[in-house]
Design a protein around this ligand. Sequence first.
Ligand code: SF4
Length: 163
Amino acid sequence: QLHMRKFNNEDTITIEPWRSAAFPVIRDLMVNRNAFDQIQQAGGYVSFNCGGAPDANDIPISKEVADVAMDSATCIGCGACVAACKNGSAMLFVSAKVSQFALLPQGQVERARRARAMVRKMDELGFGNCTNTGACAAECPKNVPLSNIARLNREFIKAKFAD
Ligand code: SF4
């Protein structure tokens, strides 16, 4: 995937794959982002029947909270955050997936188990640690905010205390 913001005539453009230890290069510019699928499979779902879509004015959360959950759910799993991070961290991706459920009633039943399982899988797959540089959020095409990482850290710590 090639994303050029701006360049001048005669500029040298270097093209390289989205490098990260957890995203092995398959060929040329192609990388394998299956690691994201594995993290999603570890906990990025709701495993019970939560019924049909409720009327908008029946939802027991405020619009502000619903908007933050929706903003988190816009993550497309592109991997730009990992490639931009000097540590190869997947915290912005995982925080978006955990946040979209942690903020909604449907996500409460498996909330602690989800945070533990997704962070454990992320660590197993060789992603680096987050050192709060902010490069991930700066490059994210969906503007997933860094505040989600703070929420993921809170979710994980609460989940560990619930162990
Ligand atoms: S860069 Fe943004 S949209 Fe892409 S995987 Fe990361 S958080 Fe999701």
